[in-house]
Design a protein around this ligand. Structure first.
Ligand SMILES: Cc1ncc(COP(=O)(O)O)c(C=O)c1O
Length: 435
């Protein structure tokens, strides 16, 4: 059995299912790949919106990259993880009072401003922080999740020029620009087109304001292959383009913000088979997880597009009958069981445990005959999974989150109990009208 499968089974043995497991080596390898192929002068930020787990942030901070945050909660996490404040970028369409209060203690953190209205608001707060203006792309996006000229974010048209007086008054410290045109770019040429478009609108905006930019956040959107037929992004082509940009602008900080590319492939979603069903004439199993913990599946139609899950303990018969949903009754596989690859494969749907017809984790995947207690491991689940999910649906408790670094396993988040959904809630004292 492959080493990662063995670690995943051990995680299930200790913490049950559903559980997210994160491969720390894979996180580090992604950072290393970027360092190998992109110019050394390019600064990388981790976009916490992809997965704001503190443990993931710890690892990425330790790799020496910065943080891109878009809320007070993500900013609190970045601070707790110890990202240096000059490498924290605070974005989002309007900064809430809590974020502004945090920024008072972080004068070196960079703020990305989304509109003239927000810039005006910030001027009133007299924050000393360096500011970049987010510009809405005027070019088409080739990203799978596009945020090009049709996006709602960023300065458009005359917006930049209309702020020239305010910028020159020095009530705000505008030092550059920020452009993001979409997530999950699958080809390097699309990213090169984005970089060229982003640089062009940034230089035009600099002229409109009469400033020489010292910082450009050129976004990113680097995608990953969810289907086995998709190829890896060619970082060399992107590296060559960025080398030209850094040569052209040797005194400007050039920054990229990446979420999915850093964390998606490090994440595994582990869930256990509870029993059998049929769905649309196909064999199906119901598992103890579901799409309420996998928002990434819905946005990208992964139920039909992603590679099938691994069956970690195929052929295994659980020793204590039906599974305990808490996972405590799980039995790890043993070397005498048949290898998954030797078993006949059956087109199978994996259905989540919600009372929701659309709660399908994979459709018509070729899997061995599954039995209660089998553990399915969904790969590439590290980005926009739990952290973008309607996780409270059906009063569901949060799953466990675990990191593994080789054979070393560390709990990141305790599995919550069913009763935990009552935490922080208060009864309403209902009285009759006459009371
Ligand atoms: C402004 C911004 N920056 C960064 C990201 C992260 O994108 P990705 O996870 O594709 O790298 C997003 C994602 O939507 C975004 O909206």
């Amino acid at each position: 059995m492959d080493e990662v499968n063995r670690h995943l089974l051990e995680i299930v043995r200790r913490y049950g299912t559903p559980t997210y497991a994160f491969d720390v080596r894979r996180l580090r390898a992604q950072v290393e790949k970027l360092r190998t192929h992109l110019p050394a002068a390019i600064e990388i930020l981790y976009s916490l919106k992809a997965n704001a787990s503190l443990g993931i942030c710890d690892v990425l901070r330790d790799c020496g990259i910065g943080a891109d945050v878009a809320s007070a909660g993500e900013l609190a996490t970045a601070i707790e993880a110890g990202f240096p404040s000059q490498r924290i970028f605070v974005a989002g369409p309007f900064k809430l009072p809590e974020t502004l209060a945090q920024l008072r203690d972080l004068p070196a953190a960079v703020i990305s401003v989304d509109s003239p209205s927000e810039l005006q608001m910030l001027a009133g707060h007299r924050l000393p922080n360096p500011i970049v203006l987010r510009l809405r792309p005027d070019f088409d996006s080739q990203a799978v999740v596009a945020a090009g000229h049709e996006s709602r974010f960023g300065f458009v048209g005359e917006d930049v020029a209309s702020c020239r007086k305010l910028v020159n008054s020095r009530a705000v410290n505008v030092i550059g620009f920020h452009v993001f045109s979409g997530s999950q770019y699958l080809n390097a040429e699309g990213i090169v087109a984005h970089l060229r478009g982003a640089l062009a609108i940034s230089l035009r905006a600099a002229d409109d304001l009469g400033i020489a930019p010292t910082l450009l956040n050129l976004g990113g959107g680097f995608g990953i292959p969810y289907a086995s037929t998709a190829g890896e992004l060619d970082l060399r082509i992107i590296g060559d383009e960025l080398a030209m940009i850094t040569e052209q602008m040797p005194t400007t900080r050039i920054v990229l913000e990446l979420g999915r590319y850093l964390v998606a492939q490090a994440g595994w979603y582990l869930t256990s088979v509870l029993g059998h069903q049929t769905f649309q004439g196909r064999a199906a199993v119901v598992v103890d997880g579901g799409t309420h913990q996998r928002a990434d599946m819905c946005g990208l139609c992964l139920r039909t597009k992603a590679s099938p899950p691994l069956t970690l303990n195929a052929g295994m018969v659980p020793s204590r009958g039906a599974m305990d949903v808490s996972g405590k009754a799980l039995v790890a596989g043993n070397s005498s069981e048949p290898a998954a690859s030797a078993l006949p494969l059956i087109p199978t749907d994996v259905l989540g445990c919600l009372s929701l017809p659309a709660d399908v984790l994979t459709e018509s995947s070729l899997l061995p005959r599954l039995e209660p207690g089998n553990v399915l491991a969904f790969a590439n689940a590290g980005a926009y999974g739990l952290w973008s999910s309607p996780a409270m649906f059906h009063g569901s408790p949060l799953p466990a989150e675990v990191a593994f670094d080789g054979s070393e396993i560390q709990l990141m988040r305790e599995r919550r109990s069913a009763r935990s959904i009552l935490d922080d809630q208060r009864h309403v004292n209902v009285r009759g009208h006459d009371a």
